[in-house]
Design a protein around this ligand. Structure first.
Ligand SMILES: Cc1ncc(COP(=O)(O)O)c(C=O)c1O
Length: 355
């Protein structure tokens, strides 16, 4: 399984409801303001959306607090990841990371170089710098999936300067950035100055709407804008996404509550997971998921134990650079987190009765 979120194979199609710890969606769920205004989208269904999406782009610019940029729209972040990668002959991919980066690059015959995170899941900035001369572009998650680490902007600055000077493009996948609650982690503050930057975001994760399939890209680089637009179909965004953006992006209560909840639960989960013996390492995270390394058991054993108790987790062994000793958990609300921890503690007791 390349992705999390498959509640179907072991759940829906077997008549079971699973607690999904394999995909990383805001535990607060769909903002209520969207449900309150969904009728507006239903009324709009009878007409084509504005082919230029002028209002939608206005809502996004207001949300990101930046007027003087180009905004591209995608059917999920995935469409923009795919189309931006399609523009290049070669790309540096930081791994382990979201598997689609490599799949997309291969689809477009884009030559791939890899830069591996260290065993502590830290970015090797020197390695990136050394490899940038050999590629046209780089893609990096900020925060990165599966570990939830963010880029150290100071250490990244020489890479940014090099890319800017040498016409290379930096694709920053910031689909999880809001969960950090810290604007300064984002590269949005550099977007107007550096045309080498292309930031991809989405309503998928933070606004808990994977089903609406809405992502957007931000840049000052007209070649990226033209290149992607040339490859897109008209009306690729539906009227529900437009209404979601209209109401949810300005819902400050939801935004603030989400950040508080997720950051409280990151701390709780990290502390509790560290107490479980078969979990050798809990990697520090800034996002709503946590990567763990296990010992004396493998991903499949933990997965099977959890799935038999109604919880689906993410086996992380198929992330490039990881192996079968890695698992990833979403971070959800306290009640769900307690349920997961109870199952993991039982697994520990069964596996290690004396610990
Ligand atoms: C890092 C990262 N980027 C992008 C995506 C895809 O987002 P979307 O569903 O908006 O296409 C995912 C999905 O898991 C992801 O983990």
């Amino acid at each position: 399984m390349i992705h999390g979120g498959d509640i179907y194979t072991e759940g829906v199609f077997k008549g079971k409801k699973l607690l999904d710890y394999s995909s990383n969606i805001n535990p607060l769920g769909i903002p209520k303001v969207f449900l309150k205004n969904i009728k507006e989208a239903l009324e709009n269904m009878i007409v084509y959306p504005d082919i230029q999406y002028r209002n939608l782009i206005k809502y996004i610019k207001e949300y990101i607090g930046c007027e003087n940029v180009d905004v591209l729209l995608g059917n999920g972040a995935s469409e923009l990841i795919d189309l931006s990668i399609s523009l290049f002959k070669s790309i540096l991919i930081i791994v382990p990371s979201y598997g689609e980066y490599e799949i997309d690059a291969k689809r477009w015959n884009c030559r791939i170089e890899f830069s591996y995170l260290s065993s502590q899941m830290e970015i090797d900035y020197d390695d990136i710098m050394n490899k940038m001369g050999k590629v046209d572009s780089i893609i990096i998650g900020n925060p990165n999936n599966p570990n939830g680490g963010v880029i150290d902007k100071k250490k990244f600055q020489p890479i940014l300067d090099f890319c800017e000077k040498n016409d290379k493009v930096i694709i920053l996948d910031e689909t999880f950035i809001e969960f950090t609650g810290k604007n300064e982690f984002s590269f949005m503050d550099k977007i107007e100055k550096y045309k080498s930057i292309f930031i991809i975001k989405a309503m998928t994760k933070f606004f808990a709407m994977p089903g609406i399939r809405f992502g957007y890209g931000i840049t000052k680089n007209s070649s990226i804008v033209d290149g992607i637009k040339n490859r897109q179909n008209p009306w690729n965004i539906n009227c529900f996404a437009e209404i979601a953006a209209k109401y949810c992006l300005s819902d400050l209560d939801y935004i603030n509550e989400s950040v508080v909840l997720v950051n409280r639960e990151i701390q709780f989960m990290t502390e509790e997971l560290k107490k479980i013996y078969f979990i050798e390492k809990v990697f520090p995270t800034c996002a709503n998921f946590v990567l763990c390394k296990v010992r004396n058991v493998n991903e499949q054993q933990v997965y099977d134990y959890c799935i038999n108790r109604g919880i689906i987790i993410r086996k992380a062994g198929n992330f490039k650079g990881l192996d079968k000793n890695f698992i990833r958990f979403a971070i959800k609300d306290r009640i769900s987190n307690e349920k997961l921890l109870t199952v993991l503690r039982h697994f520990q007791r069964n596996s290690y009765p004396v610990c």
